[in-house]
Design a protein around this ligand. Structure first.
Ligand code: 5GP
Ligand code: ZN
Length: 117
């Protein structure tokens, strides 16, 4: 069922505390933690605590939580003192998605190329 924890999902395990993560922010509906393989000086993932496979599924099933995720990306950027940053939702394997639990990447702390690769 949409939103239910998945036994085989890495980010559900992080939400449950079964895999450690460096958490930077937490709300009732979201968790923000540092990416294990950072691509920029600041690289934080913001996820819904509920399981949705990607950003599109999250927006369709729980638009209020999608808004919470977006609001938290701003809070992370402010805490990390980023004046410029990028929010990325890789959606689909061809776009680089490797974890099938919706997540926003917050990237900053260096110049960012546009367009991205
Ligand atoms: P995607 O490629 O799906 O857009 O992003 C998944 C992200 O999760 C990658 O940037 C990857 O480095 C990160 N990641 C994968 N495994 C772990 C983990 O165990 N802990 C943390 N903190 N990040 C992870
Ligand atoms: Zn999950």
């Amino acid at each position: 069922m949409a939103g239910e924890p998945q036994d085989d999902c890495l980010f559900c395990k992080i939400v449950a505390g079964r895999i450690p993560a460096t958490v930077v922010r937490e709300t009732d509906t979201t968790l923000a933690f540092r990416d294990i393989n950072p691509q920029a000086p600041t690289h934080v993932l913001v996820i819904p605590k509920a399981h949705h496979k990607d950003a599109a599924a999250l927006a369709a099933a729980a638009p209020d939580v999608a808004a919470d995720v977006l609001r938290e990306t701003q809070a992370v950027a402010e805490e990390e003192k980023l004046d410029s940053y990028r929010i990325v939702f890789n959606t689909g394997s061809g776009a680089g998605q490797t974890v099938w639990h919706a997540h926003a990447h917050v990237l900053g702390g260096r110049g960012l190329q546009w367009p991205p690769g």
